[in-house]
Design a protein around this ligand. Structure first.
Ligand SMILES: Cc1ncc(COP(=O)(O)O)c(C=O)c1O
Length: 389
């Protein structure tokens, strides 16, 4: 082990495992022993991919569309994405600016490589989706973590941007809606982030992967206010295609050529069958299914909000998108990892410790996902009631 460790690149020391995977692994062990586990840890919809998409994939397979596509992805899909931005956000962008990637993960990796040099600083929130921090470490650069609290809707203030930037800061990376907190950036906050980034010579990147899964009337895209921002998005969440590994990025015109070169080098192209399948995600038939599912998530959210509060979790009353509660457990514990372990080992409810998402008050928080059926959520709540009262 010591020998193989010494062969790893220096950056690997900073790349953390994804603790939710450890929770999932332990849950699988418990299930093998014949126990039913309630899964409130996973960050993916419990619904399988909508039938119109599955059928489109079958047709693509029958037609033998199994080769690489062009590096930025098939033109029809990029056009469909452009049309969606026009319909949902009133913004007109050229399909050239859209690149299809292997999940948002592929997009984040590409953008990190394109925009971040060794020694650079990138402003991120703490808590945030953990892989982002790790992508930055992998480039020998530094995440500059801004602690965000429930009182500020888990999004950074302008004062904090000023406070946490250094002369090394090259970018500000935000997420709306956010994982793990489910909060969004309203238009005025997007405008403020744009103005701050321009004034400070930073690039601005917004992860919009939970767009579509929102519980508010207005969920603006950064592209509505800033044509020079970078957007990361995905077919994983609203479109229910996690395992197909398909996402996209939108880059400013002057970055299109470099982004294409990186796509060629990093992954050649996104999976071809997934791309042809995803064309069906933009049909009225598929949209009706996604909307039904969003409604189901909304009902689960309302149910869990009441139950978690009555159990003694402190939660935000402003979950605006995604499918998570980032719940404060200070009424029960000051160690989120042992709290989650006990809940799983003794009560068979799987949730994720806050320590997966950063350091700031991480031991006081857990992420509870409503990505399982109402029936299972009720079982999970019953089990938590026994565990906590
Ligand atoms: C905020 C955020 N960004 C990016 C990703 C990566 O998603 P994918 O690669 O499946 O598109 C996730 C996955 O949970 C996420 O929560």
């Amino acid at each position: 082990m010591a020998n193989s460790r010494s062969k790893l690149s220096a950056q690997m020391g900073q790349v953390n495992p994804f603790r939710v995977m450890t929770v999932m692994h332990r849950a699988a062990e418990i299930e093998q022993q014949g126990q039913k586990v309630v899964h409130m840890e996973v960050g993916e919809p419990d619904f399988s991919t909508a039938l119109p998409i599955v059928n489109a994939a079958k047709r693509a397979l029958d037609r033998g569309l199994t080769q690489y596509t062009s590096a930025p992805g098939i033109f029809e899909l990029r056009k469909a994405i452009v049309k969606r931005y026009e319909q949902k956000h009133g913004v007109v962008i050229s399909p050239d600016r859209v690149l299809i990637t292997p999940g948002a993960s592929g997009g984040l990796n590409l953008l990190a490589n394109m925009l971040v040099s060794p020694g650079d600083g990138v402003l991120l929130t703490d808590p945030a989706y953990p892989c982002v921090r790790n992508f930055i470490y992998m480039l020998s650069a530094n995440p500059q973590l801004i602690p965000v609290s429930m009182e500020q809707n888990f999004q950074p203030t302008l004062d904090q941007l000023q406070q946490y930037k250094t002369d090394k800061t090259v970018g500000l990376w935000l997420a709306s809606p956010s994982n793990p907190t489910g909060t969004i950036l309203e238009k005025d906050r997007l405008e403020a982030a744009r103005d701050w980034s321009k004034a400070n010579g930073s690039h601005l990147l917004v992860d919009e992967i939970y767009h579509g899964l929102q519980y508010v009337e207005e969920l603006p895209s950064i592209l509505e206010v800033d044509d020079s921002a970078f957007v990361v998005s995905s077919f994983s969440k609203y479109f229910g295609m996690t395992g197909w590994r398909l996402g996209w990025i939108v880059v400013p015109e002057e970055f299109v050529e470099m982004a294409n070169i990186l796509a060629q080098n990093l992954f050649i192209s996104a999976p071809s069958i997934a791309q042809y399948a995803a064309l069906a995600a933009f049909t009225a038939e598929a949209e009706a299914i996604f909307e039904q599912r969003r409604q189901a998530f909304s009902e689960r959210k309302a149910y869990l909000a009441d139950e978690l509060s009555s159990l003694g979790f402190k939660i935000s009353d402003n979950i605006q998108g995604a499918f998570y509660f980032y719940a404060n457990i200070s009424n029960f514990s000051d160690n989120s990892e042992s709290f989650c372990k006990e809940l799983l080992d003794s009560h068979f409810v799987a949730i994720t410790p806050g320590t997966d998402f950063g350091e700031y008050k991480a031991n006081e928080y857990v992420r509870i996902a409503f990505t399982t059926s109402m029936e299972d959520l009720k079982l999970g709540v019953d089990r938590m009631r026994i565990a906590l009262t």
